[in-house]
Design a protein around this ligand. Structure first.
Ligand code: ASP
Ligand code: MG
Length: 451
């Protein structure tokens, strides 16, 4: 069994949905379960309509209705599909009228409102599969075992979902049905509709895969996978073929938001591989996220950088061996509501980095009472995500590259997360260094000394 999830841009219109059905057809033998997002920007349009209703404006779902009706028409589907979705539009309109009357939009109502996006997309897509003689069935998440808490707009799935999902889906699959399930939504124990947070349909897919013991969860997006570097900096950046869950999570924090770390959790728990693929370029291999990597792969997965960083050097003016110094320094940051990114310490000094946007006047004064403080602006963090068990190799090659470029490393920090090594350089040197490191780790020149 296989889970295939298609995001909003992958089902944005009739043409896209036809592509999806072509992709699914090639994998029918593996018994796929489909998970879909709302078509295109429908979730946003629903939220806009809700906002308008709240301010008492006229309630219109024209944009949303037009998109879905046009798609049905373009796909050449029977009028019966229109009949199937007509009650949903009726319900949606009365809900919006209610909001406009009472001028109140609770989280519960908001979740109910946005749920229509996914409920519409699965019905239309399932109908397309049936018109192509594939036994597909649209399934709303609450009929597929998705039970959440009542934390509307940000609900968490309850443990019982792990048993209920396979109970609901495996019999369908055994009957040769292709279930087409709404991502993103669930119901709480009282039967109210909830949502799992924006982008939550990835999580819907991974929990199905993990709880049903699927061979893999395929997440189809509009990018080739996780890239080895920012393509705006490194022209030769390429999709990473395999990463570990930890590396993928770390990359997500650095802005390569291909898959939210929360969405990986179910599959990480069971060791189910997650494959990120591109609907717009299905031939590309994509990125596979797995629990353990083959030892033979390169030690580095990706290189990222963050500019506009400020480095703060704090040197204790007190005697050596004093305790409580770190605490005093960090409480000063807390008092001034300044978040710290990287830290390196020695016996008498601490170096920290922060976002340049912070106003440091008050902090400097405060810290000045216990330490000598130096603030250096115009720095950048360069981060190497990779296998830190091979850190000596990574550091040796990195420092060699720095030396060749004449770049001085001003601070180093090896993350306890075992996947990242970060260092501080001057802002003006960051891009060139990232390019050089990328070339060294990803496109090494042949070793002439052994030729
Ligand atoms: N449709 C929802 C959103 O746009 C959920 C998702 O796409 O994952 O956030
Ligand atoms: Mg979306």
């Amino acid at each position: 069994m296989l889970v295939m999830k298609f995001g909003g841009s992958s089902v944005a219109d009739a043409e896209r949905i036809l592509k999806v059905s072509d992709i699914v057809k090639t994998q029918l033998k593996q018994k796929p379960v489909l998970v879909l997002s709302a078509m295109g920007d429908t979730t946003d349009h629903l939220l806009e309509a809700a906002g308008e209703a709240l301010s008492g404006g006229n309630v219109s779902v024209k944009k949303i209705r037009d998109l879905h009706l046009k798609t049905i028409q373009d796909l050449g589907l029977k009028a019966s599909v229109q009949d199937e979705i007509a009650p949903l539009f009726k319900e949606l309109e009365s809900l919006l009228e209610g909001v406009s009357l009472v001028r109140e939009l609770t989280g519960r109502t908001k979740d109910c409102l946005v749920s229509f996006g996914e409920r519409l997309s699965v019905r239309i897509t399932a109908a397309l599969f049936r018109s192509r003689r594939i036994k597909a069935q649209a399934v709303d998440a609450w009929n597929a075992g998705f039970v959440s808490d009542s934390n509307f707009t940000q609900a968490e799935l309850l443990r019982e979902s792990w048993d209920l999902i396979p109970q609901a889906l495996l019999p369908l699959i055994d009957k040769g049905v292709l279930p087409v399930i709404t991502g993103f939504i669930a119901k709480d124990r009282n039967g109210s509709i909830t949502t799992l947070g924006r982008g939550g349909s990835d999580l819907s897919a991974t929990i199905i895969a993990a709880s049903c013991g699927a061979e893999e969860a395929q997440v189809w997006k509009d990018v080739d996978g996780i890239l080895s570097a920012d393509p705006r900096i490194v022209k030769k950046a390429r999709p990473v073929r395999t990463v570990s869950y930890e590396e993928a999570a770390e990359l997500a924090y650095f802005g390569a938001q291909v898959l939210h770390p929360r969405a990986m959790q179910p599959c990480q728990k069971t060791g189910t591989p997650v494959l990120v693929k591109n609907t717009f370029n299905p031939a590309a291999p994509g990125t596979r996220i797995v629990s353990a990597l083959d030892k033979k792969v390169s030690p580095v997965r990706a290189i990222t950088s963050k500019k506009n960083v400020t480095l703060v050097d704090v040197v204790s003016t007190r005697m050596l061996g004093q305790y409580g110094f770190l605490e005093e320094v960090f409480s000063a940051f807390a008092r001034h509501h300044i978040s710290v990114d990287m830290v390196a310490t020695s016996e008498v000094s601490i170096s920290l980095t922060l976002d340049a946007a912070n106003d440091l006047g008050g902090l400097k004064k405060d810290l000045g009472r216990i330490a000598a403080v130096e603030i250096k602006t115009g720095k950048a963090i360069v981060t190497i995500i990779g296998d830190v068990r091979r850190s000596s190799e990574i550091l040796a090659r990195t420092f060699r590259t720095c030396q060749l470029l004449g770049v001085t490393v001003q601070m180093v920090s090896q993350g306890a997360s075992k996947v990242n090594i970060s260092f501080i350089v001057d802002d003006t040197e960051a891009a060139e260094l990232v390019r050089a490191l990328h070339a060294d780790f990803f496109d090494p020149l042949p070793d002439v000394s052994q030729a």
